[in-house]
Design a protein. Sequence first.
Length: 542
Amino acid sequence: MSGARSSLGHASATGTRIRFATDPMPTGICPVCVEECPILCEISKSALRGRETLYPRPDLFGKSVIASNKYYGLDWADIQIMSEVRAEKVQGIEPDPDKAIFENAKVEITLGNKHKIKLRVPVVIAAMGSTFVAKNNWEHLAAGAAISGTIVTVGENVCGVDPESVISNGRVQKSPDMEFRIKSFRDWWDGEYGDIIVQTNVEDQRLGVDVYVLTKLEVNGIERKWGQGAKSIGGEIRVRDLQRAIELKRRGYIVLPDPEDPAVQEAFKMGAVESFERHSRLGMPTIEDFCEDVDKLREQGAKIVSLKMGQYRPAAIAWSLKAASEAKVDYVTYDGQGGGTGMSPWPMMLEMGVPTLWMLSFVIKAARILDKKGKYVPDILIAGGIINETQIFKAIALSGFEDCEKPYVVGAAVAKPALTAAMKAKYFAKAAQEGKLRKIAPEFASIYGDKLENVFAVIGDLKRRYGDDWKKIPPGGIGIYSYFVDRIGTGLKQLLAGARKFDIMLLRRSDVAALTERAAKVFEIPLLEDLDREEFEAILES
């Protein structure tokens, strides 16, 4: 493809499609529209369901995760990892064939400033809060992060949405759901690798969630949220209970339509209104306020303070990193456009914001400028559509300059992939336990077997670490461990060995090359045909 393109006319996310899928108009509609057509295209569903069509299918809310299907003109495939063979180029290990094997490559990193968090793998679970799909899978996400030795972040609005929360004078005093989320992680945490971080937005700050989790639940870290990759507006969930919607409105949330309006209540009873949208307010940050806020969090006991930045325009990306630098936060997660957990407006996911690779290029430029000026640069995580080790390798390498101690980007944050891993692991494990695996996945069962021990390849490793207690690990947690540690961790080690860089923090921009002119221009790296040109000739002429 030569440029950015949407999948117009067909959106499985919203449950719309067109009749003439092979011959759509540029706008995504059929060339001929007839009254008798029963197919729900974007226009026809909008005529019937209105604003509901802005969102992924409401019937799948809480049971699904969503990702953009638009091509943005720049892709991870436009960047190629470079391999090496010369003994004198080996870094991070002795150039001895008996020692320089890929299993000895180091993928552990540390995250933070004064208080360091050690991670076994350079990938963390990004914040997932009050949306049902996160809550329904939380025990698995938290256990998976803990046994993988990484971070899991509790997302926004958990205390405010918890029906059992005790709120006095507008401040949360107790939240069983928040307590459950933290305990789910700490039950499996070794106290050495990883940690649990609590994210807070405008609503959470008003409720005093940061004070509550720091003082009463002894959480080490707080993440302030300035948006996310799926959207540039606040967090949203869908509520199907009228009294629940009223309660959320009385707690201070924006709830649409107004559940206290008698006409809306009547429409709900009739079935014309099937659900309510709970929205969060937009943050309006300034650098001065943010610096004061971070100082206050430190005074309240926060050892780690981070920032979650959404898919805003290039100047806003630069501004946010300047703010993070002046406030001296420990790390920033930059979330590129394109993914969500089920309640983000679909048109916004496709058409608004900076896609991940473009965002990465702006973040690197901003970090480089600050660094050259002698300013503090926090650790950076990149998020937005990242699913494997090659993307993580490339993101880190692209941010590694020869005159820097380490790359600016030190890892990735993922939400949808972690949920996918947890949900699929749960599904397959349950089928195996109920004796139904051969029925639902005959090909898988014929290759690997149909018992629980046959489902996961990492059970031997977990048995060595936990003994018989491995059986207590939530199956989705095993799935995340398999995905993060066994797949991504091993994959990174193999790539590092191929590049002859045996420590992931040794990656530099010279370890990648551009395959397209656009990638070369955006990241200011050479095309493959121009890479090593002078060295190439010098070797042969010497």
